[in-house]
Ligand binder design. Structure first.
Ligand code: ADP
Ligand code: MG
Length: 368
């Protein structure tokens, strides 16, 4: 089921003297979520992710704009008629019910033509439990399950009504690091297996990048960029997006363009054809540095860190906006930990220029 948001806007009025100003939690969202895909809604806390989900599922009414499921305008449709499955961060399972009863719960209130027989309900529960692989746990109570298992039950409960759309709001936040990794792969598998259009909300860029077909990067209620994870990573439209994606994060510098040459401090580091003269922010991905004895960029070495396959070099440079620069190079490159400085050449595709006024990307041409 394709979802279309048309100029969707949600404003929360200011409340009294403590919060006098209105908040535009969702500002003119105008995009389409393609059928059968997993879309990651990504942004820092407070940027409007949950509000967007609540508008899509109908728990909130938009201030203006429309929502379509396929060709149907669902803007004024009650939540229970939208066919949406929801999973929240806190699994909100009923502690006194068994796993089986928890999963079956949404089916018991179905009325009229949708009403199911006992056998049909039991079959559906088994099917949903199978999808998240918890058939063996059906007779336990939530208190007898691990966090990861509880979250699977919550997902099964959202799937049991065979929703047209699955909405997941930070579903992994309560899990420890290993379980998060495992469960996000699970969610990806379930989504592929069922083909349900899924929106996955997270503030964790790693999580969104790893499982999404498309990511929507948001800031302060405004969509910044939509695209395939790799495309957005390789082509951020502004400084915010460049900084938000990537681990380790992008290295930021204050630089200058003069006669199509990029300067960091005194170093002439890169040819930037067609870029206008002026002061710029320069973002360099950690993998954008090439260790070279005669490299154009001169840095003071802090220390090399060996991380298995790669070596991470921590260094400093006068033009850096951060206390240190982190570059990742292949382990074959030997760095003398006693050395006082290192030199790098830059990979042009890993270097981005941004305006110092509006922080938008400034394109330049790369000479092959
Ligand atoms: P996220 O899920 O990305 O952390 P939210 O969608 O929860 O962000 O919130 C977006 C903005 O809207 C925040 O500034 C938040 O304080 C505000 N907000 C959310 N819900 C309400 C509400 N019911 N009343 C007033 N402001 C709200
Ligand atoms: Mg939220």
């Amino acid at each position: 089921m394709k979802i279309t948001l048309e100029h969707l806007t949600k404003k929360f009025p200011g409340r009294g003297r403590k919060n006098p100003t209105e908040v535009i939690a969702v500002d003119d969202f105008d995009f389409e979520i393609p059928d059968g895909r997993l879309v990651g809604l990504l942004g820092p806390s407070g940027c409007g992710k949950s509000t967007t989900l609540n508008l899509i599922c109908g728990l909130l009414k938009p201030t203006s704009g429309k929502i379509f499921f396929g060709e149907d305008d669902v803007t004024d449709l009650a939540p229970e008629h939208r066919g949406v499955g929801l999973v929240f961060q806190n699994y909100a399972l009923y502690p006194h019910l068994t796993v089986r009863q928890n999963i079956q719960f949404p089916l018991e209130n179905l009325k009229g033509a949708d009403k199911l027989s006992k056998q049909e309900m039991a079959d559906r529960v088994l099917e949903a439990a199978g999808l998240v692989q918890i058939e063996a746990l059906l007779d336990r109570k939530p208190g007898e399950l691990s966090g990861g298992q509880q979250q699977r039950v919550a997902i099964a409960r959202a799937l049991v009504k065979m929703p047209r759309v699955l909405l997941l709001d930070e579903p992994l936040s309560n899990l420890d690091a290993r379980l998060r990794l495992q469960t996000r792969e699970e969610i990806r598998r379930i989504q592929k297996q069922t083909g349900i259009t899924t929106i996955f909300v997270t503030h964790d860029q790693d999580e969104a990048m790893s499982i999404s077909d498309l990511i929507v990067v948001m800031k302060d209620g405004v969509v910044q960029q939509i695209g395939k994870p790799q495309e957005v990573y390789d082509n951020p439209v502004n400084l915010f997006v460049a900084k938000f994606l990537g681990t380790p994060p992008i290295n930021l510098f204050s630089g200058r363009v003069k006669d199509e040459m990029l300067y960091l401090g005194e170093d002439q580091v890169l040819s930037v054809k067609d870029a206008p003269d002026g002061e710029v922010y320069v973002g360099i991905r950690p993998e954008g540095f090439l260790l070279r004895e005669d490299g154009a960029m001169h840095c003071q070495l802090v220390r090399p860190e060996v991380m298995g396959r790669d070596v991470s070099i921590v260094s400093t440079h006068e033009a850096s906006e951060n206390p240190t620069i982190r570059s990742i190079i292949q382990a074959e490159n030997h760095v003398d930990p006693e050395a006082s400085h290192v030199q790098f050449d830059l990979r042009p595709r890993k270097v981005f220029l941004f305006s110092k006024t509006d922080e938008k990307r400034i394109p330049f041409r790369i000479e092959e």
